[in-house]
Every structure is written in structure tokens, then in C-alpha cells.
Design a protein around this ligand. Structure first.
Ligand code: BGC
Length: 736
């Protein structure tokens, strides 16, 4: 063929003709990303653009093969890099090289109250994603802990918008420092699993802005998140994955988000709405593969052929398509085609250590009468461990966050390894939950066994009478209806006869430490019968080692609760008002702003354990707080300080919380709201000054008539506290 024929053939097949170039701009990593995006976009056909914006497999979407632009590969999230699945299945692909590190659940991360832990988490999990060639991590999750029944609370960062915001930002930055996008989920108001695919959430604008949006806003504006996942539920009677108000007006309009809105899997329902209302990338749409999506289900996605047809029929223009394609190209140039390339690392000892460190910083000591903990191995020679959660694998199950791990040290293994020959450790199961089938294995069947809870309890009680000390390890698990995606819990209490078992153990042996493994609050009718209680969360690969280190005192606990533990379900605002669960179609957040401690404060309800609560093996003394001035100017700041001294005999970390109270306001406000915190490490006898600076944002409320944040001049109080109910000092001040 001579040159003339080549040009003729090229124009006949209607591809954009590329002139001979040295290096196309889109491939030139020295060029600004926006230039590369525009250059790539103008080279692409309509079909290639449409191919970019919907899935081609369960977890991937096409690149532009003709131009050498690579595919996007996503992975859950948020606690580790999910096992490879088959191209068009949820089931595992049976790889042997995809066993990851499981990091602690996000509730534990939140319980560290330490942004440095969040940065470590993000960096480490991002490295694992990068090594596994994923450029989008489906996490972190920042939905607010509205009730203790939400099956997915364990994947989120707790009840308070300020804490959640401070903790999400370093996670995102850490992940993205690896050239992997964090995909923050689920935007927005996906605060329960029950009816999640249908329910329309009614919430007033003020509550939306003050409680449910701040973490997403911080993720976008401070964390610089490159992706966000739309939620399954509806808001303003529109699905969140095609929601004009949330996606276009707020996220892309007000917040100037320039990344990609990814749908939750199966969250798109309508082509035109998805086109117009800000959905950029469609995943997981359920086609039946028969009469609908026969040849390739993915071609029948709402944002696939149906979109292309509408364009070709002239029913929609290409402005929206270009915007979506630009966003996806931007994502690719930020990750897989970024100037700086990263290679990551996987399931390494460093990652195990990172997970363990986070776990050790997040475990919460809830009660420690008679200083039962740390266990004195000189005194206690016969140690009995009771409870299914001492051996149950918690990295498996729970829905999309389920993991295939390289290792998972169970609590029993961790305790045995730590104690070695210093004492004898015996184990009795005590209770058991119904077995469930392996989530990721196609055709897997649950191994059915008979469970006789009475007999199991009797056996445990008998053993408890003979032991010097008993460690009960129970709580929730990842079965449906416990801490698991797809369903909510039915109540606050522990299942499988655990309450009766704990009481019986307490009667049999006064030296009882109860370890709760959960991602949710549980009721504790036996709280006065047991000396020691520990909330140990789901801790991932190093679970048992981290727990043993705390129980034996190698680590001084410093975790604090990121949500309220109510005495009973009725002590939760949404539940007390009958505002949960609503119907399959509608749910109204009648409690408004009064979520978690905001409700308990306003109704003067004493929680079982309050938000922000956690004990240490050492003691701390707090001085009177001070302020650098008496009043704040509208554009100024104020710094509040307090001295904290370690008055015990071992090193420890103390968490200083700063709440702000608006003493007189034209709108009703919570009694106080968290606006600052700082965790300090103190050697025995050491004293440090903790200073927290706030500006008027900490004093503001969202005025929904004006649609803006308002700081009303007047009198305020800065409240230093060790938990939402343990106030150590107040400083009055005025906003001028
Ligand atoms: C979950 C998401 C998850 C996705 C992919 C959905 O069911 O809600 O959080 O990332 O599945 O597994």
C-alpha cells in the first residue's frame, strides 16, 4: 500500500487520523494532566468514550486499547485488598497469590483517635492495592453511625462528623500517595442496610450538612479524593447514584469535586438520570444474561449501549459524555498513567506490623475493677479462655469487605503465644453460632453442626471454677444479622446465649475479663458482675497478637469509643422516636442533629459507655484549662490549653477532647459538639501542655434558610473532656 491508499483506508474506517507525532501529549507525563486529558479525549471515538464509563467485568472497566490507555481495576476495601474474583462472578478466582494483609476494621481505626494511625493505614493498604495492580480502592466508608443496628457500622468511622472528618483525610492521602484512588463511600445517607436499595431518606438540610456530609466534604476538599461511590438508597426521591442534588449541585457544584463518581454495584437504575445527574462510572448492574444482556451483559448497562443509542438518535448530546470521559481519563492519568509510578508491596511483615500497631492503639479498655488487667502471670497460673470469638475467623464474611488473608492470628493463638510457658491456657468454646458457607467459594456449603448452648455453658462454667482467671471472648461476628452487609441487627443484645453465659462465668469465677469483638455497640446486662471489659473490634491479620499485648500489659490501652454504647436500644434517638427503620420506601431522620452523644446530652440519658470513653493502665491528672484570649474575632482563632500529667507508673497515652457549646443561639443546637482532640504520650511523671486551636468554623451551624454556615456572635464555652460525659474543665469565651 502506498501512502495515498493508507490515508484513504483510514478515512473510510472513520477513526480519528493521527498524524505522525514524536510523543502524543496524553502520553507525555511531563505535561499537565488537564492537557493530557483534552488531548486523549479529542482522539477518542464516541464508542471509546462510552466504553470508559461502565464496567467490563465485576471489578474492572475498559481503557482505550487503541491508544494504549489502560483499564481501571477496582478492589474492596476498606480493610484489605479483596481476593481476585472470576471475570463475571462474585466468587473467588482461586488465585494463589492474592492473600492480603487484613487491617483492623475502620471502627478500630476511629477508636485510635490518631490521624497518624489513619495515615499509616492508608499508606499501607494503598501499597497493597498498588502491588495487586488495582488503581481504585473501594473505601474508606464514612457513613455516620446513626443506630447501633446498622449491619455495616464496622466499615465506618463512628458517630461524630468531626472525628470522622479528621480520620478520613489522612487515610485518603495515604492511599493516593501510591497512585491509587481512594473511592470514598457511600455518598450519602446509606446509614442502614435494611431496605438500602429502595428507601428514600428524608432529612432536613441542616442535619444533612452538619452531620451526614462533613466527612465527605473533608474527603473531597482536604483529602483530595479522586473517586466517590454513590449510595444505594434514595434522597429527595432519587437514587443517590443519579441524584441531581447530591452529585451535581453539592459534590461537583459546591465542592468542586473533579474526580469520578462510581456507582455502588447495581446502584444505577435509569439511563437518562444517570447521564444528567452526575453518575460517571456504572458498576455491578444486574442483568440476567438471558433475554437481557444475552451476548455481553455489560453492553446492556444503562451507561453502555442504551446511552450510545440515545446519542446516535440525537436524543442527548455529548456534553455529559465528554465530562464523564474527562473524569475517567483524569483518574487514569492520576493513577495508572501518572508521572510518578509506584509498585507497592504486599502482605509484608511491615504491613502486618502496621495493622498490629493500629489495632493496639484502637483497643478500648472499658472497665477494669480491682485492676484485673493487665493479667499478672505471677499470680494467675491457670488461664481459661472461653468463647467462640477466641477462634473464629473474622476476616471472612460480612459482605464486600470479606478478605482472603495471608494470616489471621486468632485471639486464642495470640494469647497462647504470648503466655508461652508462664501459665497454662485451656480453651472451652462455651457458645457457638450457626456455621455459614464460605462467602467467596462457589457452591460452598456450611458445615452443619449441632449446637447445645446449655451443655456448652455448663462445660464452660465447670472449667471456670477450676481456673485462676477467665478470659471470655465473644461479641458479634460477620454472620448475617450481626456485623454484616445486607442486613441490620435485630437488637442490641449479644446472640447465642452469651449474656447468660457471661453471668454464669462471673458467678463461677470472680476473675473474669470480658472481651467484646464487634463493630457495633452491644448491651451488657452483666456489666456490674464482671471486673474487666475490653472492646477489641475486628483487628484483622494481627488480631490475636494485638489483643494479647493489651491483656498482658505489653501495650497500655489508649483507644476511645468512636460511638456511644447505650444501655438499651431505646436510648438511641432514632429508635426512641420510631424513626428507624421506617418503611421500604421512606424513612425520616426525626432525631435530626441529635445523633449519638448529641441525643444522650440533650435528653440527659446516661450511656453504658459514652462516646470518647476509654481507660488506661496508668492515671492522668488534668490542670485547669486556659485560653490565649477572652474573645474570638470573626476571622481570628483561639487557642485553648490544658496540662496533662501521667500520675501512674507506666507510660501511657491520654486523649484530650475539646467540645464547644453555644450558650445562646437563635436555632436549637446540641449541648456540645466535638471540635478538637489530641492524643499525647506521657512517661510516668511526665507533664505536657495540650493546645487546641479553633476558628469560627468550630462555632458555626448550618442555616438552612440561607444555605450557609453561620457563626453567631455571643457567648460560648470550650469544654475539655476525657469523654462525652467526663468533663474536666470549661473556658468561657465570646465571639465578637
Ligand atoms: C457495596 C460496596 C462495595 C461493592 C463492591 C456493594 O454491594 O455496597 O461497598 O464496594 O459492593 O463489592
Amino acid at each position: 500500500m502506498n501512502l495515498k491508499t493508507i490515508v484513504m483506508v483510514a478515512s473510510m474506517i472513520a477513526l480519528p487520523v493521527m498524524a505522525q507525532e514524536e510523543k502524543p501529549v496524553y502520553l507525555d507525563t511531563n505535561k499537565p494532566i488537564e492537557q493530557r486529558v483534552e488531548d486523549a479525549l479529542q482522539r477518542m471515538t464516541l464508542e471509546e468514550k462510552v466504553a470508559l464509563i461502565h464496567a467490563q467485568s465485576k471489578f474492572s472497566s475498559a481503557g482505550v486499547p487503541r491508544l494504549g490507555i489502560p483499564e481501571n481495576w477496582m478492589s474492596d476495601g476498606p480493610h484489605g485488598i479483596r481476593a481476585e474474583v472470576l471475570w463475571d462472578e462474585w466468587f473467588g478466582a482461586g488465585w494463589t497469590s492474592d492473600s492480603c494483609t487484613a487491617y483492623p476494621a475502620l471502627t478500630c481505626l476511629a477508636a485510635t483517635w490518631d490521624p497518624a494511625m489513619s495515615a499509616l493505614y492508608g499508606k499501607s493498604i494503598g501499597e497493597e492495592a498498588r502491588y495487586r495492580k488495582k488503581n481504585v480502592l473501594l473505601g474508606p466508608g464514612v457513613n455516620i453511625y446513626r443506630t447501633p443496628l446498622n449491619g455495616r457500622n464496622f466499615e465506618y468511622l463512628g458517630e461524630d462528623p468531626f472525628l470522622t472528618s479528621r480520620m478520613v483525610v489522612p487515610y485518603i492521602k495515604g492511599v493516593q500517595s501510591n497512585g491509587v484512588a481512594a473511592c470514598v463511600k457511600h455518598f450519602a445517607l446509606n446509614d442502614q442496610e435494611l431496605n438500602r436499595g429502595t428507601v428514600n431518606v428524608n432529612v432536613d438540610d441542616r442535619t444533612l450538612n452538619e452531620i451526614y456530609l462533613p466527612a465527605f466534604k473533608a474527603a473531597v476538599q482536604e483529602g483530595g479524593a479522586w473517586a466517590i461511590m454513590g449510595a444505594y438508597n434514595q434522597y429527595k426521591n432519587q437514587h443517590c447514584c443519579e441524584n441531581q442534588y447530591l452529585l451535581n449541585d453539592i459534590l461537583k457544584g459546591k465542592w468542586k469535586f473533579d474526580g469520578v463518581v462510581v456507582s455502588d454495584w447495581g446502584g444505577v437504575h435509569n439511563t437518562m438520570e444517570a447521564i444528567k445527574n452526575g453518575m460517571d462510572m456504572e458498576f455491578g448492574t444486574w442483568t440476567n444474561g438471558l433475554n437481557w444482556g444475552a451476548s455481553n451483559a455489560y453492553d446492556n448497562y444503562y451507561l453502555a449501549k442504551p446511552y450510545l443509542d440515545l446519542i446516535k438518535q440525537g436524543k442527548v448530546g455529548t456534553d455529559e459524555l465528554n465530562d464523564k470521559a474527562r473524569r475517567v481519563l483524569r483518574l487514569i492519568f492520576r493513577t495508572n498513567m501518572a508521572k510518578e509510578q509506584h509498585y507497592g508491596s504486599f502482605a509484608s511483615p511491615e504491613h502486618a506490623l502496621a495493622g498490629r500497631t493500629i489495632a493496639e492503639n484502637g483497643i478500648v479498655l472499658l472497665q477494669n475493677n480491682k485492676n484485673l488487667l493487665p493479667l499478672d502471670l505471677k499470680k494467675y497460673k491457670k488461664i481459661l479462655v472461653v468463647g467462640e470469638n477466641a477462634t473464629k475467623r473474622m476476616t471472612i464474611g460480612g459482605g464486600s469487605s470479606s478478605l482472603k488473608v495471608k494470616k489471621e492470628v486468632s485471639p486464642l493463638e495470640g494469647i497462647k503465644a504470648r503466655i508461652g510457658n508462664d501459665a497454662t491456657v485451656t480453651y472451652v468454646e462455651g457458645y457457638a453460632s450457626p456455621a455459614v458457607a464460605e462467602q467467596d467459594v462457589k457452591g460452598a456449603k456450611a458445615q452443619v453442626r449441632e449446637i447445645n448452648l446449655d451443655a456448652m455453658r455448663e462445660e464452660a462454667v465447670k472449667a471456670a471454677k477450676e481456673a485462676d482467671v477467665v478470659i471470655f471472648i465473644g461479641g458479634l461476628n460477620k454472620n448475617e444479622g450481626q456485623d454484616s452487609e445486607g442486613a441490620d441487627r435485630k437488637g442490641l443484645e449479644l446472640s447465642y446465649g452469651q449474656d447468660a453465659l457471661i453471668s454464669a462465668l462471673a458467678a463461677a469465677n470472680p476473675n473474669l475479663a470480658v472481651v467484646i469483638i464487634s463493630g457495633n455497640a452491644v448491651s451488657m446486662p452483666w456489666v456490674k458482675q464482671v471486673p474487666a471489659i475490653v472492646e477489641a473490634w475486628y483487628e484483622g491479620s494481627e488480631a490475636g497478637n494485638a489483643l494479647a499485648a493489651v491483656l498482658m500489659g505489653d501495650v497500655n490501652p489508649s483507644g476511645h469509643l468512636p460511638f456511644t454504647f447505650p444501655v438499651k436500644l431505646q436510648d438511641n434517638g432514632a429508635i426512641a422516636l420510631g424513626a428507624y427503620p421506617g418503611t421500604a420506601e421512606q424513612e425520616t431522620y426525626k432525631e435530626g442533629l441529635f445523633v449519638g452523644y448529641r441525643w444522650a446530652d440533650s435528653k440527659k440519658i446516661k450511656p453504658l459507655f459514652p462516646f470518647g470513653y476509654g481507660l488506661s493502665y496508668t492515671t492522668f491528672a488534668w490542670s485547669k484549662p486556659t485560653a490565649d484570649k477572652n474573645e474570638m474575632s470573626a476571622d481570628g482563632t483561639m487557642t485553648f490549653s490544658i496540662n496533662v500529667k501521667n500520675t501512674g507508673t507506666r507510660e501511657g497515652k491520654e486523649l484530650v477532647q475539646l467540645y464547644v457549646s453555644d450558650l445562646k443561639s437563635s436555632l436549637p443546637r446540641p449541648v456540645k459538639e466535638l471540635k478538637g482532640f489530641s492524643k499525647v504520650t506521657l512517661a510516668p511523671g511526665e507533664e505536657k501542655t495540650v493546645s487546641i486551636t479553633i476558628d469560627k468554623a468550630a462555632l458555626s451551624y448550618y442555616d438552612d434558610t440561607k444555605g450557609e454556615w453561620i457563626a453567631e456572635p455571643g457567648k460560648f464555652e470550650a469544654i475539655f473532656a476525657a469523654s462525652a460525659t467526663d468533663i474536666r474543665g470549661k473556658v468561657p469565651f465570646e465571639l465578637k
